[in-house]
Design a binder for this molecule. Structure first.
Ligand code: DGL
Length: 257
């Protein structure tokens, strides 16, 4: 750890974190990135807090053994379960966990109706409730658990009639009365098109990926760990606990989506 030429580790329960990885590549195209998806154990969002915390910690321990210079927990669920513990374990490590973009949504619509779509665990855990308490102000922030939604993305099913049907069932009750939607799970940016088609173009969509990417860049810079040879093209390494060709192919497809 500590070397500028080491990779940045990016982690998600599956392939959702690719929506964060692609933003990281935009702001740091010269960095090497190691992406690990734990699709064998996914979904995390319907597991217990302790299970997700233990899984997340064991993955980050491995990234440390590999010599990663920074870590992005590109999973809102794993962030709510483990980020505090990880900060205690690695106080000097540039470590950023994604969280639902409630703050930018409320800044944009201080008195608006804002739907937060996320996994059951993210919706249940204290982290989101603190975020809403802290930044919610006078906005009407509505948490909505979406069990099952990430599975469509894991299966590569992002624009089929089934995903439109699923989202229509979930979103119909809110149609016509929302100003913004926070995508509080990193899988959901891949079904953004369907969400916009159902709710309409005038509903603003908030994704924490760009902010998270800027934040890890800032943290690495602060620690003197950004590469200096910025003309190079960084290498992207992909590994998944589900070592199937389907996950390999879908990873590259989503990265270029
Ligand atoms: N992508 C993850 C998140 O951001 C969770 C998906 C899951 O494993 O349930 O919350």
């Amino acid at each position: 750890m500590g070397k500028t030429d080491a990779p940045i580790a990016v982690f998600d329960s599956g392939l959702g974190g690719v929506s964060v990885l692609r933003e990281m590549i935009k702001v740091m195209p010269y960095e090497d990135m190691y992406y690990f998806g734990d699709s064998i154990n996914a979904p995390y969002g319907t597991k217990s807090l302790e299970q997700v915390r233990n899984l997340t910690i064991s993955h980050v321990e491995r990234f440390m053994d590999m010599g990663a210079k920074g870590v992005v927990v590109a999973c809102n669920t794993a962030t709510s379960a483990a980020v505090r513990k990880l900060r205690e374990m690695y106080p000097t490590l540039p470590l950023v966990g994604i969280e639902p973009a409630v703050k930018p949504a409320v800044e944009r619509f201080p008195q608006g109706n804002i739907l937060v779509m996320a996994t059951p665990m993210t919706i249940r855990e204290a982290k989101l409730h603190h975020l809403i308490q802290r930044f919610g102000g006078e906005a009407n922030v509505i948490p909505l658990a979406c069990p099952g939604l990430m599975d469509f993305v894991e299966a590569g099913n992002i624009d089929s009639p089934e995903i439109y049907g699923f989202l229509r069932d979930v979103l119909e009750p809110y149609k016509g009365r929302l100003d913004g939607v926070v995508l509080g799970c990193t899988h959901y940016p891949f079904v953004r098109r369907a969400i916009v088609d159902i709710l309409g173009e005038n509903v603003a969509i908030f994704d924490g990926g760009p902010g998270t990417s800027k934040e890890i860049k800032r943290r690495l810079d602060e620690a003197g760990l950004l590469r200096k040879d910025v003309q190079r093209t960084g290498q992207i390494i992909f590994e998944n606990s589900d070592n199937s060709q389907q996950k390999q192919d879908l990873f590259w497809k989503l990265l270029n989506y």
